[in-house]
Design a binder for this molecule. Structure first.
Ligand code: RUQ
Ligand code: CUA
Length: 663
């Protein structure tokens, strides 16, 4: 999140280090306790998918209990699950810069059909090295990652259209385009730096993404976005700051103007131009990584071209709407008529009307142009302003009763207001300084207006101290009545920004329990213990191993030589839910692998100096889990020890008696 330092320090003064608000969020009433109580053995009502910020991952919580159900590895390597450590998953983190093992994950978008969450996929952005990931909600795994060229800081991303036609991303940093020289003076910003918005098509069946086209725009910073719906279907709205086009001390230089803009994009129009062949193909280098559930393996393909439309040449695609003071959140209400812009430094919230925007365009009610893009008159687009709502509005979500809920970073609260009459209805303090908030379905046509979760940036005194670093905090708020009610606090992983949630019933029965061994098309699968083997190919050794409660086959391996490249292809033969096996070798410069039932994963090991190396299963899989282990013998480079592998074979009596090892 981008909050000027000045603001942050005033937030500390107002909300945090100063006086604690009265009624310091004491949610101990029995009524409150029963609202979040999920009895043992019972399921939560909602899945809540929460961005991990600088952890690069996505975490999944149950609502209302606040129980952490899973952390899905996405952009960061995860030794717990072997993500980015197995040969099969390494390609997922490939980029045009090589392997990037980390990112900063801010926003999430659930796939939609007709503006309603359909429970198929979850899209996630990487802010630092621009990428978008698609997570499959049957496996809770990352299935695809695509890099976005011509972009610096993929913040305004990913936002999805009503029928998941496109996932849209906007660049935070404007930069020289990849197809132009990049070695230019930073001072030439105005001339050489450009912004882009990218449209990633989503294949209706497979969900596979492709960069359909990019719009070339002035070098502003694109912050956040939301899709139109209903009447505004076919449009997109982006908040933009730094219309000053500053390239240094943005805290001051990008906050000079009274108003920045919301960019309204007619994406249907843009699509028409693309279909009519009006786009220009430009060279670009970006990775497209896809995980195949049939081979349990990912491939990374380097793409080399992208289609670009310069909006200067097609002026009816984009319009600017003035929006006070560095807009951040840009949120569209469930009816699709109202667009809320949240100026981080503004003392009011402007709400724009889609029909007024359309009328203004038809009437040419423009206030000149910004870098060639028509600027609609503020009043002509405005539905109205929420006055004195709070300080530092950031993000807005909606319920199913015509209300909006906005987070206020500086005054540290969530404010409920009516979208039509713009009256403030209620406010509730948060602890402290919320960024995003989430209402299940709260950015779709169909919000489930029962709970609201605020994601707070500052935790201070909410939990037992844990040294200088405190975890971020989520707060669950009951929004079923007129007044909001605080129900619970719970710590969160990384730094949550946006989150999405859906009713558990929508996906819980589709959750994959095992991978069918019969359908395993991994090139190195071992489908039964009898097929286990060790094969030498020059200095490469392939170990075809199986895992089943509670042994590996083979569990004694000899004939490996120092410097050999050894690939342990381990197949988990189990066909039972919740029986993964792990694999780890002493001294290996790698994480463990965690292999799901029916799956094959590969552990690469450069055989170290001669000796005996134990390996074992890391996941407590049975009463005899501790017995699930084995030995690898590594011999000197020139040794003549033949490849040998076995399970349960009795030892050679002499060697067993401690005799000298065979040379
Ligand atoms: S943006 S709150 Cu990415 Cu608001 Cu974080
Ligand atoms: Cu397999 Cu423990």
């Amino acid at each position: 999140m981008i909050i000027p330092v000045v603001l942050l320090s005033s937030a500390l003064l107002i909300g945090v280090s100063g006086c604690k608000p009265k009624n310091a969020g004491d949610a101990t009433g029995s009524d409150v306790a029963s609202r979040v109580y999920v009895p043992p053995g019972k399921y939560d009502e909602f899945y809540n998918f929460v961005s991990g910020g600088f952890s690069g991952q996505v975490s999944v919580y149950g609502i209302p209990s606040g129980r952490l159900l899973r952390v899905i590895p996405v952009f960061s390597v995860d030794p717990e699950k072997g993500w980015g450590y197995s040969e099969e998953t390494k390609p997922m983190l490939n980029t045009s810069h090589g392997t990037v093992p980390w990112d900063d994950q801010h926003h999430l978008a659930l796939s939609q059909t007709d503006g309603v969450i359909d429970g198929r996929w979850l899209f996630a952005n990487a802010n630092n090295t621009p990428r978008v990931a698609r997570i499959d909600l049957t496996t809770f795994r990352t299935s695809e990652i695509i890099e976005i060229p011509n972009t610096g800081g993929n913040h305004s991303s990913p936002f999805i259209t009503e029928n998941s036609e496109y996932v849209v991303t906007g660049t935070r940093f404007s930069v020289p385009m990849d197809f132009e020289p990049g070695d230019v003076p930073i001072e030439s910003y105005k001339k050489n730096f450009k912004g882009t918005i990218s449209f990633l098509s989503v294949a209706p069946e497979s969900g596979e993404m492709n960069i359909a086209f990019q719009l070339l725009l002035p070098g502003m910073n694109f912050d956040l976005s939301h899709t139109g719906k209903g009447p505004s279907s076919g449009w997109f709205f982006f908040s933009c700051y730094n219309s000053e086009l500053a390239h240094t001390l943005l805290e001051v230089n990008a906050s000079k103007r009274d108003k920045d803009y919301i960019l309204a994009v007619n994406w249907k129009k843009a699509e028409e131009y693309i279909k009519a062949g009006k786009g220009t193909k430009r060279p670009a280098k970006y990775a497209h990584n896809v995980y195949d559930e049939s081979t349990h393996s990912a491939t990374s393909t380097m793409m080399n071209e992208v289609t670009v439309i310069d909006v200067k040449d097609f002026p009816d695609i984009v319009y600017m709407i003035p929006c006070p003071k560095s807009p951040h959140g840009c949120d569209v209400d469930p009816t699709g008529e109202y667009i809320v812009g949240s100026g981080k430094l503004a003392a009011l919230i402007p709400v724009f009307s889609f029909s007024k925007i359309q009328k203004a365009i038809a009437d040419k009610a423009f206030d000149g142009a910004y870098e060639g893009i028509p600027v609609i008159k503020y009043e002509a687009a405005l539905h109205g302003e929420v006055t004195k709502p709070g300080l530092g509005p950031l993000h807005t979500e909606f319920d199913d009763k015509g209300n909006a809920y906005t987070t206020f970073f500086i005054s540290s609260e969530v404010v409920k207001w009516n979208v039509k009459n713009l009256n403030v209805i209620d406010r509730i303090p948060t602890y402290y300084s919320p960024g995003h908030l989430c209402i299940p379905g709260g950015d779709t046509k169909k919000p489930y207006g029962k709970y609201l979760i605020a994601y707070n940036k500052i935790t201070k005194d909410r939990y037992l101290p844990t040294g200088p670093e405190l975890s971020q905090s989520a707060q669950l708020i009951d929004i079923s009545g007129e007044k909001m009610k605080l129900l619970a606090d719970y710590p969160s992983i990384g730094e949550p920004h946006y989150a999405q949630a859906l009713p558990a019933d929508l996906i819980k029965d589709k959750s994959v329990k095992i991978f069918k061994l019969d359908d395993n098309n991994h090139p190195y699968v071992t489908k039964g213990e009898k097929e286990s083997k060790v094969v030498r190919e020059g200095n490469k050794v392939h170990v075809y191993a199986t895992m089943i409660r509670s042994h590996f086959n083979p569990d004694n391996i000899e004939g490996i030589k120092e410097g050999d490249e050894v690939y342990f292809h381990v197949t988990n033969l189990e066909q039972d839910w919740d029986v993964p096996h792990g694999f780890a070798i002493k001294g290996a410069i790698n994480a463990e692998l965690l292999v799901m039932p029916g799956e094959t994963a590969t552990f690469k090991w450069i055989a170290p100096k001669p000796g005996i190396y134990p390996f074992y299963c890391t996941d407590f899989c049975s009463a005899l889990h501790q017995e699930m282990s084995g030995y690898i013998r590594v011999s000197a480079k020139g040794s003549s020890v033949p490849i040998a592998f076995s399970l349960g074979k009795n030892s050679d009596p002499e060697a067993a008696a401690g005799g000298t090892p065979t040379p």
